[in-house]
Design a protein around this ligand. Structure first.
Ligand code: FES
Length: 142
């Protein structure tokens, strides 16, 4: 596709369209899952992508509300490109798991960092400063 129109090119550039990592279509129509559940999944997806710095940047994950993906059961239904992978029960918990696959393990690394930071904090609270110091370089806090 050529972007002959400057306004179209600007709009595409604003969302880094040429360099997106994934595009998630999430059904929020309300037939495959209760509307409140679908809405909760949508809000969770939007929030997590923002938290992970994956909005309007190179390597972004685009998300779009779909108004029915024609499965209409066991939802919320999600479809992720470029793979074309379909997800059923795309709850916040299951979306969080799926993020690992979409993001080349960025989320998994974030979880590990948080876990080790918590261990580090526990060690410090336990007054075992020597152990904490020994672990510090490995935990990235040293
Ligand atoms: S209502 Fe969700 S797939 Fe049809």
């Amino acid at each position: 596709m050529t972007l002959d129109s400057p306004t179209l090119a600007a709009a595409a550039g604003a969302i880094h369209l040429g360099r997106v990592r994934r595009h998630v279509l999430l059904c929020t129509f309300g037939k495959c899952a209760p509307a409140a559940e679908a809405e909760a999944s949508w809000k969770y997806l939007k929030r997590r992508l923002k938290e992970l710095g994956l909005v309007d940047v190179d390597g972004a994950v685009l998300r779009t509300r779909a108004n029915c993906l024609r499965i209409c059961r066991d939802g919320p239904i999600a479809l992720v490109y470029p793979e074309g992978t379909w997800y059923h029960h795309a709850t916040p918990e299951n979306l969080e798991q799926a993020l690992d696959n979409w993001l080349d393990h960025k989320v998994a690394c974030e979880r590990l960092r948080a876990r080790y930071a918590a261990i580090h904090a526990q060690l410090r609270c336990g007054n075992d400063e020597r152990v904490a110091q020994a672990l510090a370089p490995w935990l990235g806090n040293g």
